[in-house]
Design a protein around this ligand. Structure first.
Ligand code: ADP
Length: 396
């Protein structure tokens, strides 16, 4: 990314960034839990923060450290992060456990996105680069590993997710667990041992052309409603198909779900890569972390095994290097990708083509880079069990 002279964040901004760091066992962020204390910012951009763990030597420490560093370093004005580790005293531990229990009770109806879900927004600088195809294929590839994968189609006007996933049923809304307001129930599709849970404005309107009626709707409002009023239930991943290039939805997401990681889709063309840089830049300005870049439509291999770089070469890796992110994969142009999307059976479901394989490899990389909550059972979980807990641990 081009050098910018940016002032260091204020202490309040640092606290806001730290709200994206979730203690997955306690189901709340480290600021609200009172774990992050004594934030200081030097004029040169050195951020010092005190983090109090429930127990010193907590196995979560490395994970919390990585998360804090990557969240704070997303701010261009942060030059270095220094964490001073501490341990809570008995009173502070009791207080944090009380907050965690309160939090469990608040979330008992499971209406919002569960904190255990990894949130990945699939974004692109412009339309037509294959962002929705990537979303649909990654969703089925993740589900095939036995995960519960939510898909939120935030491409409110240009939705194509219902068609691509073969899930066009109208959405239902009903009261859940005695909720005051009816909740939107996502459409479900079983994929192997996993499940897809999908919401899209395409499931609210009669047909794709009726979507024009939604033009007056404020994008961010619609996305906010999908985040807050959907009964997601259990989720391992939430994939958000972003509208192309818009900043509003990214800003809204950064506010509502600051732990969202962004995957940027581009084509090898220099023009697409330049536009994608703007999307990445916007993400970094709203302090969303970038999980990686995917280059789509990388090349075409004909029946005689000759490969043609139809849209040029190098866009994906150039973008990845420029924004300091990983290139997660390069997807070839294949008839099977387009056909799978049109038929509601994404190629990554059962296809054996090179593109299907790349989608599956990217899904594996995503899984490998996601720390499962179960493996993190450590200090806080043990503490929670040791104090009187009226709500079951599974509700965390
Ligand atoms: P976006 O969401 O960025 O607007 P789409 O995912 O809707 O883009 O893709 C645009 C068109 O290109 C669709 O018709 C889709 O089927 C096709 N397409 C996307 N990726 C590929 C690919 N790798 N090979 C062949 N066709 C593709």
């Amino acid at each position: 990314m081009a050098e910018r002279t940016v002032s260091p964040p204020s202490v309040d901004e640092v606290r806001n960034l730290l709200r994206a760091v979730i203690d997955p066992e306690l189901g709340a962020n480290i600021v609200d839990l009172g774990m992050a204390t004594d934030v200081g910012v030097s004029p040169a951009g050195l951020v010092t923060i005190g983090v109090k763990l429930t127990i010193k030597g907590c196995p979560l420490r490395a994970q919390i450290k990585n998360d804090i560093e990557s969240r704070l370093e997303a701010h261009p004005g942060v030059t270095k992060v220094k964490i001073e580790w501490g341990e809570m005293n008995a009173d502070e531990r009791t207080e944090v456990m009380t907050k965690a229990r309160w939090n469990a009770r608040e979330k008992a109806t499971d209406t919002a996105v569960p904190t255990s879900a990894r949130v990945l927004a699939i974004a692109s600088g412009k339309g037509g680069v294959g962002k929705s195809s990537v979303t649909a294929n990654l969703a089925v590839a993740l589900a095939a590993h036995g995960h519960v994968v939510g898909v939120l189609d935030a491409d409110i006007w240009g939705f194509s997710i219902p068609r691509m996933l073969g899930m066009a049923d109208r959405l239902e809304a009903r009261r859940v667990d005695g909720s005051e307001k009816p909740k939107i129930i996502p459409n479900e599709r079983v994929v192997g041992s996993g499940v897809l849970k999908v919401v899209s404005t395409g499931m609210l309107v009669e047909d794709e052309s009726t979507a024009l009626m939604w033009r007056g709707l404020m994008l961010t409002k619609a996305v906010e409603q999908f985040l807050n009023d959907v009964h997601w239930g259990k989720l391992d991943y939430l994939l958000i198909d972003m509208p192309p290039g818009t900043g509003d939805v990214q800003m809204g997401l950064a506010r509502m779900l600051p732990r969202t990681d962004l995957i940027i889709v581009t084509t090898p063309a220099v023009s697409a890569q330049k536009v994608a840089i703007r999307a990445a830049d916007m993400a970094q300005r709203s302090f969303l972390r970038i999980a990686g870049v995917i280059e789509n439509m990388s090349h075409f291999t004909c029946d005689h095994d000759e490969t043609y770089p139809l849209f040029g070469t190098g866009g994906g890796i150039t973008l990845a290097n420029e924004i300091g992110a990983d290139l997660l994969g390069q997807i070839p142009i294949e008839f099977a990708v387009a056909h799978g999307s049109d038929a509601g059976e994404p190629v990554a479901l059962a296809g054996s083509s090179p593109a299907a394989q790349v989608f599956r490899d990217i899904a594996k990389k995503i899984i490998a880079s996601t720390v499962p909550v179960a493996e993190m059972a450590g200090c806080s979980a043990r503490l929670l069990e040791s104090v009187e807990v009226t709500l079951g641990k599974k509700q965390l």
